[in-house]
Ligand binder design. Structure first.
Ligand code: AVJ
Length: 328
């Protein structure tokens, strides 16, 4: 695999600057919050990987089953001889490989472009993707829309964008529509999007998935405090925070919070600021929005796509939905 576009040192220092500003604004709000964007440092990515392999977290294995089942149908719906498969946030690449293989099996040519903000993540996935004939792989270190814009100039071939794993769930309804509309704008008429949505379901099952019995989800959330300590010179004491993962039925979303178990102060050197926490004052970390089929269809329509196919598992836990760009 080659890396087509890399991030300069300059962009790394910009990232740190942005991290600092986001933490400062998030912790200064009346309702304190931090952004999920910063979960995925090396330790965070490692913990997320452990979550996805845990029995309580049904999402990843269910989507894997769906893709295993529907790969050949997908390849038959998209009949081009050569296709660019662009993945937004590729993770370890296991699920991507199922999609790629479905096309290769039918003797199609595939150019695979994983886009990720972490160069580290792309290097790790490089180790997993095996060399195959008719397949070329080019990693792109960029944020999603930047990467897409870059590719739109580079290639005129038919594109299939993969946005798997319910990553869309971190956006609220308005944010997801605006993100998908931007995605639409960076694609051409008839291009495809395969997007993973976690379905609304029994709350017990959701709770188990976001409060796994091994405590990986708790550690994943607490790691954000560690990251602030490490990179911004904070003095959070993780022992003094409790992880809470709850379903909010009004929003239709799982939410995660860290609750300070006692009143305390936290100093962050880089921000030259002391933050006060009341006992059990919520610090909001994450939304994971859940969808009904109707929610998905509405979102598809609102954002300029045409629904081609829902790929769904037997238990109806998860959907990978195939959309096509409609322009004109
Ligand atoms: C990567 C956003 C899909 O919301 O299910 C897993 C992240 N958070 N456990 C999700 C996550 C807690 C995950 N996504």
């Amino acid at each position: 695999m080659s890396i087509l576009r890399e991030v300069s040192e300059n962009q790394e220092s910009e990232f740190l600057e942005e991290f600092a500003i986001d933490v400062l604004t998030g912790l200064s709000k009346t309702e304190k919050k931090l952004s999920t964007k910063y979960f995925y440092d090396d330790r965070g990515s490692d913990l997320f990987q452990k979550i996805t392999q845990h029995g309580d977290y049904y999402l990843t294995r269910t989507e894997f089953e769906i893709l295993l089942q529907s790969g050949s149908k997908l390849a038959s719906l998209i009949s081009h001889e050569e296709i660019d498969i662009i993945e937004l946030g590729a993770g370890d690449g296991h699920k991507s490989e199922l999609v790629i293989d479905a096309f290769l099996k039918e003797d199609r040519k595939v150019n695979y472009f994983p886009i990720d903000i972490s160069a580290q993540a792309l290097k790790q996935m490089q180790a997993h993707i095996t060399h195959k004939s008719n397949l070329s792989v080019h990693g792109i270190v960029a944020d999603y829309l930047e990467g897409l814009k870059f590719l739109k100039q580079k290639s005129k071939r038919r594109k299939l964008v993969l946005f798997l794993g319910s990553n869309i769930g971190n956006f609220d309804r308005a944010q997801s529509e605006s993100f998908l509309r931007q995605l639409w704008k960076h694609l051409d008429n008839d291009d495809y999007l395969l997007i993973g949505f976690d379905l609304k379901k029994d709350v017990e099952k959701l709770h188990a998935a976001y409060n796994d019995s091994s405590g990986y989800t708790r550690d994943f959330n607490l790691n954000l405090l560690d990251r602030i300590n490490r990179e911004l010179g904070g003095n959070f004491n993780k022992e003094k925070f409790q992880h809470v993962g709850v379903f909010n039925p009004k929003l239709g979303a799982m939410e995660s919070y860290l609750l300070p178990k006692e009143k305390q102060e936290v100093y962050i050197e880089e921000l030259e600021h002391l933050f006060e926490f009341e006992a059990y004052e919520p610090l909001h970390l994450e939304y994971s929005f859940k969808y009904s089929k109707e929610d998905i269809e509405r979102t598809c329509q609102h954002t300029g796509f045409k629904l081609k196919e829902h790929f769904i598992d037997k238990e109806e836990l998860f959907i990978d939905s195939l959309w096509q760009v409609v322009k004109r």
